[in-house]
Design a protein around this ligand. Structure first.
Ligand SMILES: NC(=O)c1ccc[n+]([C@@H]2O[C@H](COP(=O)([O-])OP(=O)(O)OC[C@H]3O[C@@H](n4cnc5c(N)ncnc54)[C@H](O)[C@@H]3O)[C@@H](O)[C@H]2O)c1
Length: 257
């Protein structure tokens, strides 16, 4: 098999959550460009539909948009069943929906703590378990969860204890799933980005913080969502067949500095 064959995703079916915009949109576009049919999953149905149309027009693969709130446990199984019914299988699952929010640890309400743990951590457990159950019974697959460099370091200067804890959980739960399923054909890995210039980071309010983040990053800039496309296709494809239960940090050098 040539290296280009190893990266080819033709004949594979994938879903990506939080794929309407930002990092998720780039991950979904990458899978489609490598030949996979892709389900675009997001709580924002309107933008998800526009993204699905844009990707299929650009790449010629089959896409469809699905409106699911990933924090509802039952939705994980419903999503897998829907994708399998509409696309004829499921080989690749990316759990990427998530968000950060700044609150000082001493001011954090229990409700806010639980909301962020539900979105950033619990949803990844529901999704990985549901996709994994299908893959274990149907010839295997690759699951890729979006972690963060916040799993390995504590960001400064903004306070985000719930996000940091959730992302550390995502990385370790993905390793745990990966080890449990390692000899049964289902691989589970995480992509842990550093600061990535999604819409979230473009706001005027965050401009001073962004300058600080760039100064702390050895490459002296934030990354672009498209700079995660390579690792996404690597982890989804046969090119990474011996990689499981691992965390892939893509952060311009931040965590090493
Ligand atoms: N941007 C960064 O610097 C950065 C760095 C490290 C990790 N991450 C992680 O990458 C992932 C994507 O971040 P982004 O910057 O692209 O954010 P984004 O806000 O641009 O996109 C997140 C997407 O998730 C969707 N979403 C939110 N809640 C949802 C829910 N309950 N159910 C379904 N969909 C939901 C949103 O509608 C949106 O389309 C997140 O897990 C984030 O924590 C981002």
């Amino acid at each position: 098999m040539t290296v280009m064959d190893m990266f080819n995703l033709k004949g594979k079916v994938a879903y990506v959550t939080g794929a309407a915009q930002g990092i998720g949109e780039s991950l979904a576009t990458a899978l489609a460009e490598a030949g996979a049919d892709v389900a675009i999953v997001d709580i924002n149905q309107e933008v998800a539909e526009a993204t699905a149309s844009k990707i299929s027009e650009a790449t010629g693969v089959k896409t469809a948009a699905y409106s699911f709130d990933v924090t509802v446990p039952e939705n994980a199984t419903k999503l897998v069943e829907q994708v399998v019914a509409d696309f004829g299988g499921l080989h690749i699952a990316f759990h990427n929906a998530g968000m950060a929010h700044n609150v000082a640890a001493e001011d954090m309400s229990i409700e806010e703590w639980q909301r962020m743990i539900d979105l950033n951590l619990n949803s990844v457990f529901y999704g990985t378990q549901a996709a994994g159950r299908h893959m274990l019974d149907n010839g295997g697959g690759s699951i890729v969860n979006t972690g963060s460099m916040s799993a390995s370091i504590v960001n400064v200067p903004q306070p985000q204890i719930h996000y940091n804890a959730a992302k550390a959980g995502v990385v370790h739960l993905s390793k745990s799933f990966g080890v449990e399923w390692a000899d049964r054909g289902v691989r589970v890995n995480t992509i842990s980005p550093g600061y990535i210039g999604t819409e979230l980071l473009q706001s005027e309010e965050l401009a001073p913080l962004r300058k600080e983040w760039e100064a702390l990053t050895p490459q002296r800039r934030v990354g672009s969502p498209d700079e995660l496309k390579g690792i996404a296709v690597y982890l989804a494809s046969e090119a990474s067949s011996y990689a499981t239960a691992s965390d892939f940090i893509v952060d311009g050098g931040y965590t090493a500095a």
